[in-house]
Ligand binder design. Structure first.
Ligand SMILES: [Zn+2]
Length: 73
């Protein structure tokens, strides 16, 4: 399974292959919880802060669920 597909802003595709974050992703998403938030936050900056809070909450819940899951790995 492919991990988090986030590519750091400092990476230059002309200098070599891009490295994805590769961390365990949120189920059904392309990013880990950390980068899902980063990406989503960027995307919602126009839509206002309320949405941001909702995402923050959602990610906190997903993160907790994932941490619980990891105990069984
Ligand atoms: Zn990531």
């Amino acid at each position: 399974m492919v991990g988090c597909q986030y590519i750091g802003p400092e990476q230059d595709p002309h200098k070599g292959p891009l490295r994805y974050c590769g961390a365990k992703t949120i189920e059904g998403r392309s990013y880990c919880h950390e980068h899902y938030y980063v990406v989503y936050k960027k995307g919602t900056s126009v839509n206002g802060r309320k949405k941001e809070k909702e995402i923050e909450k959602e990610i906190a819940e997903l993160k907790r669920a994932q941490e619980l899951e990891m105990d069984y790995d």
